[in-house]
Write a protein that binds this ligand. Structure first.
Ligand code: BES
Ligand code: ZN
Ligand code: ZN
Length: 509
């Protein structure tokens, strides 16, 4: 077990126990482990259990914030006094345990709001409830939308990345939440597992999440859902004409690769997802200062999004042909690393002068987008932690969206707002294209100006996605800077609930 620890990506329950995919660093072989004895912390969401009809879990009763007063008026005097004594006012996201007749917790009240953010109103419960077994009140059984939001909040509220911590025994004492076996709970579980996969991949430090381990994660996911996974690794990238990925990844001892997952009926509408998989971004010779480098294990956050989204699509068995392309590299400094002013080749045949080795994401994405666009997919989405400039423009919680298709952009924006998974469109501003001109090559990878950096990066990608009829590029942070219920500090899924809903609405059965 110890020998494979560093390669383990995730454990998930399967009929025969738990399955983990890992790569053994000592014998350099791919291993498939099946065990019933998971290290507790590796299992996602083990605070959620199936509802047992013979058990009587403590009910969680949602109270609509705006309906609190009328709800309160109907309660007994004893209940009113308890609520008053505890200062509970039904505010969304607040909770109160009501004592039962025997002095145990009788009911848990939770205030919620009637909008997309309701998910988060429930997310504080898993980590704050006393030990015991709880279930959403049966009154919710015929309110599928609310049940789904509540269930998703309850899943995400129990997320924690503790793979590298000793088990302090606290986990066993955590509250368990029993969910119904209904469609709403299943939808929530699917979304939560996609998000959990993305978060786990991002949170895993770069020493255990290099290009090879990212490939293993894709292979593990593929094996779970019957997808085909191939990878073009190292020098083979040159032979198969992916020179840009090779160039950026060459500076690392860990071989670069293009990970390629395909799934679904070939004749179904084709959805292609491309994710930036820079497993660590030092900046290269344009080295990042330590304050900027510290977070750069998350620079494969785009690839984590597309794997999380692919998981949602495959688990929901959407009738689409899915392809996921991940250029996976480490942007390092070494005697083999690319230099500022180098001129590199791309799959498309466009030569690129390297104005800055830290603008590596757009370079590796260029080859992946060329390949993606060559197949004429019905929808092409790329996710990338591409620019600091997008964060300056919109902050950390609002990914920037660029698209050559107004319907797709509007669909993603609207769905995102409806799901509280927001995206904000910025323009592929034509007038700035010439800022990528180079004196020595077909184009430069940066502009000479410090302004509009997210747009410039998107315009760079546009040259390579050119020909894709419906392309959207999402420039995201993939990281929560602070703790909120259901959204702990660390890796985050952004935009993939929106994308999943849009894809399911457009192409679902
Ligand atoms: N991975 C970074 C972008 C990034 C930094 C995203 C911080 C989110 C948070 C990317 O590779 C990068 O370094 N971009 C440069 C581009 C510049 C050199 C034109 C940037 O944004 O500073
Ligand atoms: Zn960079
Ligand atoms: Zn980067």
């Amino acid at each position: 077990m110890a020998a494979v620890r560093s390669g383990i990506i995730s454990f998930e329950p399967v009929a025969s126990g738990l399955v983990a995919f890992g790569r053994c660093p000592f014998i350099d072989r791919h291993l498939l482990l099946v065990t019933r004895h998971q290290q507790g912390s590796h299992k996602l969401y083990d605070h959620i259990i199936a509802r047992d009809p013979s058990a009587t879990p403590t009910p969680i009763t949602p109270i609509l914030e705006s309906g609190f007063e009328s709800w309160l008026a109907k309660q007994s005097d004893a209940t009113k006094s308890w609520i008053a004594a505890n200062g509970f006012e039904g505010k969304r996201g607040t909770q109160l345990c009501l004592p039962g007749a025997d002095g145990s917790v009788g009911t848990v009240l939770v205030g919620y709001g009637d909008d997309a953010k309701a998910i988060w109103d429930f997310a504080g419960l898993p980590k704050s409830l006393p030990a015991g077994t709880y279930a959403l009140s049966d009154d919710l059984n015929d309110q599928a939308d609310l049940y789904e939001k509540a269930a998703l909040g309850l899943y995400l509220g129990g997320y924690q990345f503790d793979r590298y911590r000793k088990d302090d025994g606290k986990k066993d004492k955590r509250a368990k939440i029993a969910l119904q076996d209904n469609d709403a709970a299943k939808r929530a579980e699917n979304i939560a597992r996609g998000i959990g996969l993305a978060r786990d991949l991002i949170n895993t430090p770069a020493n255990d999440m290099g290009p090879a381990e990212l490939e293993e994660a894709a292979r593990g996911l593929g094996a779970q859902f019957g997808a085909t996974v191939n990878a073009i690794v190292g020098e083979e990238l040159l032979k198969q004409n992916f020179p840009a990925i090779h160039t950026v990844g060459h500076g690392s001892d860990r071989a670069p690769r293009l990970i390629d997952l395909t799934w679904g009926d070939e004749s179904a509408p084709k959805i292609t997802l491309v994710g930036k998989g820079v497993c660590f971004d030092t900046g290269g010779y344009d080295l990042k200062p330590s304050s900027n480098m510290i977070l750069m294990k998350k620079d494969m956050g785009g690839s984590a999004q597309v794997l999380g989204l692919a998981r949602m699509i495959m688990a929901a068995d959407l009738p689409v042909r899915l392809r996921v392309l991940i250029p996976a590299v480490e942007n390092m400094v070494s005697g083999r690393a690319y230099r500022p002013s180098d001129i590199l080749q791309t799959r498309k045949g466009i030569t690129v002068e390297v104005g800055n080795t830290d603008a590596e994401g757009r370079i590796v994405l260029s080859d992946a987008l060329t390949e993606a666009a060559s197949e004429d997919p019905d929808m092409l989405l790329d996710f990338a932690t591409l620019t600091g400039a997008a964060r300056v423009a919109l902050g950390l919680g609002l990914p920037a969206l660029f698209s050559n298709d107004d319907d797709l952009a509007n669909g993603l924006m609207e769905t995102g707002m409806g799901e509280n998974d927001p995206l904000w469109r910025l323009p592929l501003w034509d007038d700035y294209r010439s800022q990528l001109d180079s004196k020595a090559a077909d184009m430069n990878n940066i502009s000479g100006s410090p302004f509009g950096g997210a747009i410039i990066a998107a315009l760079f990608l546009d040259r390579f996605a050119d020909g894709a009829k419906s392309w959207a590029h999402i420039d995201l942070m993939a990281w929560n800077p602070s703790d909120r219920p259901g959204r702990p500090t660390g890796g985050e899924a952004q935009g993939i609930r929106a994308a999943f809903k849009l894809i399911a609405d457009r192409y679902g059965k």
